[in-house]
Design a protein around this ligand. Structure first.
Ligand code: CTP
Length: 402
């Protein structure tokens, strides 16, 4: 299926090394049925020639605000009106700063101010530049104004660094562009999902954990992304691939998970599917612990309580719509209702982990959702993928009512 059929996309290209990927992006957008007009900044033309983009888009490239010939063909205001979507890839640190300031000193920045179409940015820059508080503040400001940020991804960079700042691949950008035209159940909604177990270290080689596979949380992340949400998935150690269009943050311990979740706030919806270790050893031995050769005594480990991630986030002033899981082996609905109240949740998903067909590590699940009025809604046993989609549809309906 061509997801961008007859959609008009202005592709803005900034001056970064990732500009070479923009040539491929033109092709991917056109593969999806889009009509593409390319606007390049002066710096972009140092990295890739307008001729390449003209050949790939099938149209002359726009780059000059004050070029009478170009203005006569299609003026910049006309181009701004023509667009169904303005996608800027790569969006450099400099472009983010100029857009955040509302500067209009070249064709691309002028066009962004002049258009009423959605604007999406694919940041691409060195990891330290991306992490810089100035860039972060600009990105946040632009996101708060409703511009969409696609990425950046983390990984190895052209400059040799490793970290966040890589432009998303052309295929993924084309899919994200297509998402802009589809109104899913959670379009525009920022969703934070915790998944998997946590590991609590005893010493450098040993840890305490549980049987959670992370499958339910990952299935929920995939279903939420399919529904149009912007999803951050904070996951403990699991062996699962990251669902498409989901930002994954890997963590190890409960305290790491809380810190990663706090960094991902604010969000509109929190789904806590992680099986967080309630306790951790009070001290982590710095060296591998050795047995006492002179004694057969057992080992006494003093454990201390871990923070409750869900309760902490649901207690914030900017609390999201909060959904918890109650994994129980007995008195399922009683315990679930108690957790709903104690953690100040909007919904709790009760899960009978004593049943081997639907518990930890299994492919299937069957759930009962309980709301604040203690009304119960049950979903019969099926694959975790299907349950996840049903659950996301249910949650989205409640979220929109709230
Ligand atoms: N949870 C959390 N942080 C914790 C413990 C639990 O965020 N430290 C979340 C889980 O992700 C889940 C819900 O709280 O959404 C309930 O988790 P569960 O392990 O069933 O219950 P606990 O609160 O740990 O209570 P208990 O172990 O006494 O059953």
């Amino acid at each position: 299926m061509q997801r961008l059929q007859r959609k008009r996309i202005v592709l803005g290209i900034g001056g970064g090394i990732a500009a070479y990927k923009s040539a491929e992006l033109v092709r991917r957008l056109r593969d999806q049925g889009a009509e593409v007009r390319v606007v390049m900044t002066r710096a972009a033309r140092e990295f890739i020639t307008p001729l390449t983009l003209q050949a790939l888009s099938g149209h002359p490239v726009f780059h000059d605000l004050l070029d009478p010939a170009a203005e006569a063909a299609m003026g910049h205001i006309e181009l701004a009106r023509w667009a169904d979507l303005v996608l800027i890839a790569p969006a450099t640190a400099d472009l983010l700063a100029r857009l955040a300031q509302g500067v209009a000193d070249d064709l691309l920045t002028t066009l962004v101010l002049a258009t009423d179409a959605p604007v999406a940015l694919a940041p691409a820059m060195n990891q330290a530049m991306w992490r810089d508080p100035a860039t972060q503040a600009n990105a946040e400001l632009l996101a708060a104004r409703g511009l969409r940020l696609f990425g950046p991804a983390a990984g190895s960079q052209a400059c040799g660094d490793v970290g966040p700042g890589r432009m998303l691949e052309a295929d993924e950008l084309a899919q994200r562009a297509a998402d802009c035209f589809e109104r899913g159940l959670l379009t525009g909604c920022r969703v934070l999902i915790t998944a998997g177990p946590t590991q609590e270290s005893i010493d450098p080689v040993r840890y305490i954990t549980n049987h959670s596979s992370g499958k339910m949380g990952f299935a929920l992340a995939e279903a939420a992304a399919e529904a149009g949400a912007v999803v951050t998935l904070v996951s403990g150690p699991v062996h699962l691939p990251t669902p498409q269009r989901v930002t994954r943050v890997n963590v190890v311990s409960a305290r790491d998970m809380l810190a990663a979740c706090e960094a991902a706030m604010p969000c509109d919806l929190l789904i806590a599917a992680a099986a967080v270790a309630d306790y951790r050893p009070e001290v982590i031995a710095t060296q591998k612990m050795k047995k006492d050769p002179g004694s057969d005594d057992g080992l006494q480990l003093r454990m201390v309580r871990n923070p409750d991630i869900l309760a902490t986030l649901a207690a914030r002033a900017d609390r999201p719509f909060s959904v918890g899981f109650a994994a129980e082996t007995e008195k399922l609905l009683d315990y679930a209702a108690r957790k709903l109240r104690d953690k100040n949740l909007d919904l709790i998903v009760a899960n009978d982990v004593a049943n081997p067909g639907i518990g930890f590590n299994s492919e299937d699940n069957a759930i009962t959702i309980i709301d604040r009025q203690l009304t119960q809604n049950s979903f019969a046993q099926t694959s975790k993928g299907k349950i996840a989609r049903q659950l996301i549809a249910f949650i989205a309906a409640r979220l929109h009512q709230s």
